[in-house]
Ligand binder design. Structure first.
Ligand SMILES: Cc1cc2nc3c(=O)[nH]c(=O)nc-3n(C[C@H](O)[C@H](O)[C@H](O)COP(=O)(O)O)c2cc1C
Length: 194
């Protein structure tokens, strides 16, 4: 299975990236998994211009790093959307990628494109925040559910961790690291995803 990790934090090796790497270790522990990381902060991806071009052609008119990412998004068996919580939502880096997936939404809902079988592919939110509020992840979960629908993939189990600050907080919490590792192993063995 090919696993694509879309990294939305500007902080290299911060908490959400540590989550991603530890989940990937869990996937590897179950074998037969390849992993690819995309660090969005290093790419040039322009925000959606709402021009409507994709409603007619199914393709975005903007030629930037997103062009490659559409292909990688299509090719992955599992996609992990990795982001810190910023103001009760996703980071701008990952939201920009998501908005550009409007081209995928257009293909599915306006142009009737047929996709690979939905239940064989899944998307998972990996997110963390500094505080402990009950509803910290609600907005991001809704966005990722909507994105998975547009990409025609199943919305899979998320991994959400509160109380992570500063940048190295997760590296010093062995019990939370175990949680991430176990999550990776569990996702790797979920029946419907094999
Ligand atoms: C612009 C900004 C907004 C943030 N908003 C929230 C928030 O609404 N709630 C919260 O609990 N933490 C918030 N945080 C804290 C981050 O979610 C937290 O530090 C997280 O561990 C960062 O993950 P990273 O190391 O992967 O970047 C915010 C941080 C920044 C920089």
């Amino acid at each position: 299975m090919h696993n694509l990790f879309i990294l939305g934090s500007p902080r290299k090796n911060g908490n959400s990236e540590t989550m991603a790497q530890t989940v990937a270790d869990g996937l590897f522990a179950k074998g037969n998994n390849t992993v690819e990381y995309i660090r969005l902060n290093h790419l040039s991806i322009k925000p959606c211009q709402g021009c409507g071009g994709c409603s007619e052609s199914g393709h975005c008119i903007i030629d930037d790093h997103m062009t490659d990412l559409y292909e990688k998004t299509d090719a992955a068996d599992r996609i992990f959307f990795v982001s810190p919580i910023y103001f009760y939502g996703l980071s701008a880096q990952i939201k920009t990628y998501i908005d550009r997936c409007q081209a995928k939404w257009s293909r599915k809902y306006l142009l009737g494109e047929k996709y690979r079988e939905k239940d064989k592919r899944s998307g998972h939110l990996l997110s963390c925040a500094a505080t402990s509020g009950d509803r910290l992840f609600d907005g991001s979960i809704l966005v990722i559910k909507c994105l998975c629908d547009a990409l025609n993939i199943s919305y899979g189990e998320p991994l959400l961790i509160r109380n992570l600050e500063p940048r190295t907080a997760l590296q010093n919490k062995p019990e939370k690291l175990s949680l991430c590792h176990d999550f990776g192993k569990k996702i790797a063995t979920d029946q419907h995803q094999i």
